[in-house]
Design a binder for this molecule. Structure first.
Ligand code: HEC
Length: 710
């Protein structure tokens, strides 16, 4: 819809529905009912440009705001109106919601904050008290990407798998349900959505070994309405529906015994009220390597697929699989955007996604028909998508059966969960792109190890080499950019090269502005048409979350949650360009003419190296290296170099304390602080081999620092 049309439509709706206009003014909502969002309001989200009522702003998840008071002409006057300290040092990924002047946002450990959207004054806080040992089952930090609101309630998916309904006015608990078997390594980091009085929530955990699904719960009492599994279970137990029966024909071997097949629905959803279709993205397999997961091949439905179901029943309607028989952690859980595009002279109702595998897909969202697919980054696992079959044409060797394969993109994808945006003015989709490879190899042996990562891809440990010279060479390969993509022509419009990957999600506005936070600590406004930077604010910390915009009392605000974290931040600490930037977790909110400043940050990023003498033999060190990369790397960083959200083990006093090391690593002495016990997964000698490996890395780190300072 063009802007003038949107304005007219807005007026119409406001005249026809007086109760809506009443909701527009803060405080005018029905007494006692905060977050008074319902289906009528959300379907007509563009009639209320000042609100941000659901994760992607509207059901189409375009992350485009019709607000235009802040524009290319005055954006230089944007300043800090208020900031709110989120009181955590772990990753911040949430998109805030704003309804009738109240902001609902989340921080690490699934903690919810309700704030006055005009002043940042706290209204209430809800901490679901997630057991800290649950961190063991997180692939990618203890993050949360936000809440949903509906008719006076706030819905939260907690890290430990609970779905929680809160009173939006007070933050008091209304109900909570366990959406997963708490004994299994499921987690929730994604934001729920609400469609037709049902809360929709998926889960994560496919690295560790789970069977993916999405569930719908009744908003009023949390009773389960339906559940759709994304991969088949043990055929001997029977199939839940025809879709599962069909899917099972695309699997081989005993996948259900290796953790459950994977296919978790951990992030994206969208809804088309006219077609009455709910869309969601499905994740990777458990283990990643298909040779192990499904020996003999097979597409392994519905891994790496976009699936459309009926929101009332969860009944399967169509699917499109982006990466048949995926073997690289190429999830299709990335942001889904619905739009109407003019393609070959025809108006098409499309669904767009740039999943991890590097292709940008445009599908007909009524039928799932593939309309076009082109790679948005340089990739080397497939040459192109064959339009007749709708399948990627793979490059021989990419499945790393015989020899390891350095694959573009990596398991973090060409694009990860960081939200895109579709501007209705330019017709462009803006993608926060990651551009670097990972090495994949066939493991010598594979043993399913319940409760820890089971990738089945050995090269991962050697993804980034151990020798400093090679690491320096690798550093040059690790890139990231903001990419403007024309979805009709399927080609790049413009790009802004960033200093590295893992930059924040994006927001476009009718003010012709595109907002993005960066890994190197800036919040930037670009022109949507050519990418020139017009304004920037130093955030003091890396940004990975996505901005929003809203208005209160007729004044437009732009808000972003800042704070470094997530998978790349934890694992690739060594490769972050700006290692001086710590995690400082805050909500930063801007408006024209404001002049607020952030307090200065004290931070000592450097590790103090004081390791005991190196005594272990080469075999022990090699073993410690492999075990470390399998079990510890996800939190403490590749090659024992930390991203500094979590202690750098090379500087740990426990390196001197063999007994204490065992108590922490196997015994869970620090479990209450997020360092779970690994006694079930590692023997005493294995934990000791890891200690020896870390001692070696501490000596190496000290040498590198000495060499650098000479
Ligand atoms: C899920 C994330 C996670 C994983 C996986 C993990 N750790 Fe930790 N670890 C932590 C956190 C968080 C802390 C900091 C706890 C605190 O604040 O005291 C920590 C602290 C430690 C410490 C204490 C450091 C110090 O000097 O205070 C040691 C030793 C340690 N971890 C070893 C390991 C080893 C060895 C592995 C692999 C077997 C491992 N960790 C895997 C999260 C993790």
């Amino acid at each position: 819809m063009s802007r003038p049309a949107a304005a007219v439509f807005g007026l119409l709706v406001l005249t026809l529905l007086p109760s809506l206009s009443a909701c527009n003014a803060p405080g005018a909502a029905p007494p006692g009912l905060a977050a008074a969002v319902d289906e009528r309001r959300l379907v007509a989200a563009d009639a209320e440009p000042g609100q941000w009522m659901s994760h992607g702003r509207s059901y189409a998840e375009q992350r485009y705001s019709p607000l235009d008071d802040i524009d290319t002409g005055n954006v230089r006057e944007l300043g800090l109106a208020w900031s709110f300290d989120l009181q955590t040092e772990r990753g911040i990924e949430a998109t805030s919601l704003v309804v009738d002047g109240v902001m609902y946002t989340t921080s690490a450990w699934s903690i919810v904050h309700a704030l006055d959207a005009k002043t940042g004054a706290p209204l209430w806080r809800y901490d679901p008290q997630v057991p800290r040992a649950k961190a063991k089952h997180t692939c990618c930090d203890v993050v949360n990407r936000g809440v949903a609101v509906w008719r006076g309630q706030v819905f939260l998916g907690a890290l430990d798998g609970r779905l929680i309904a809160l009173d939006a006015k007070t933050g008091a608990l209304n109900w909570e349900v366990a959406t997963v078997d708490p004994a299994l390594p499921y987690t929730i980091t994604g934001a729920p959505r609400v469609v037709k009085d049902k809360v929709l929530i998926g889960n994560g955990g496919a690295e560790f070994g789970v069977r993916g699904f999405i569930s719908a719960y009744n908003v009023d009492d949390g009773t389960l309405a339906w559940r759709f599994y994304t991969v088949p279970g043990d055929p001997a137990l029977g199939f839940e529906n025809d879709a599962m029966k069909r899917a099972a024909q695309t699997w081989n071997g005993n996948w259900w015994e290796l953790g459950g097949g994977g296919g978790t629905v951990w992030d994206s959803m969208a809804y088309d009220p006219q077609l009455d279709l709910l869309y969601f993205g499905v994740g990777n397999g458990t283990p990643w390597n298909r040779e192990i997961r499904s020996p003999g091949g097979g597409d392994n439905l519905f891994l790496s697929s976009i699936v459309a179901v009926r929101p009332d029943s969860g009944e399967y309607v169509w699917h499109y699989q982006t990466t048949p028989g995926e073997s690289w952690d190429y999830t299709a859980t990335q942001h889904i955007i619905l739009a109407d595009l003019d393609i070959d002279g025809r108006q098409r109702q499309v669904l767009m996604q740039a999943p991890k595998n590097g292709f940008f897909y445009v599908l007909d969202r009524a039928t799932g028909e593939l309309l076009s697919a082109e790679n948005y980054i340089d990739i080397n696992w497939a040459t192109h998508v064959d339009m007749a079959s709708g399948r990627p044409v793979e490059v021989p060797g990419a499945r790393y059966r015989e020899t390891p394969y350095l694959t573009y993109p990596s398991y973090l994808g060409g694009h990860n969960w960081h939200s895109m945006s579709y501007s209705r003015d330019t017709g462009l989709v803006y993608i926060p792109v990651l551009d670097f490879p990972a090495n994949y190899g066939q493991p010598e042996q594979f043993r399913y190890n319940p409760g820890v990562a089971n990738t089945g891809a050995d090269g991962i440990a050697g993804s980034l080499p151990d020798a400093q010279a090679e690491r320096d060479a690798m550093r040059a390969l690790i890139k990231g950019r903001l990419l403007a993509w024309d979805p009709v022509q399927q080609r790049e419009a413009w790009r802004v090269e960033h200093s590295g990957p893992w930059n924040g999600g994006v927001l476009s506005t009718a003010g012709k502005l595109l907002f993005q936070g960066t890994a190197d600590g800036r919040f930037v406004a670009y022109r949507t048409d050519d990418g020139s930077a017009l304004w920037s604010f130093p955030t003091q910390t890396g940004v990975v979350a996505a901005p929003i915009t809203y208005s209160v009392d007729g004044e437009q605000y732009v808000s972003i949650n800042v704070g470094w974290g997530g998978a790349f931040a934890l694992v690739f600490g060594e490769f972050v360009q700006s290692d001086s930037l710590p995690n400082v977790s805050r909500v930063l909110t801007f408006k024209l003419g404001a002049t607020g400043e952030l307090p200065p940050v004290e931070w000592q990023p450097s590790v103090v190296f004081n390791p005991p003498p190196q005594q272990a033999d080469a075999t022990t060190l090699r073993r410690g290296y492999a075990l470390y990369q399998d079990v510890c790397m996800g939190c403490h960083g590749l090659n024992a170099v930390s991203g500094l959200l979590i202690p750098d083990l090379r500087g740990s006093a426990y390196l001197w304390d063999e007994q204490g090391w065992q108590e922490v690593v196997r015994g869970g002495k620090l479990a209450a602080r997020g360092m779970a016990a690994f006694g079930d997964n590692l023997g005493t000698d294995e934990a000791e081999a890891i200690r020896q490996y870390v001692i070696q890395q501490a000596h190496r780190g000290r040498e590198v620092r000495r060499a650098a300072s000479e």
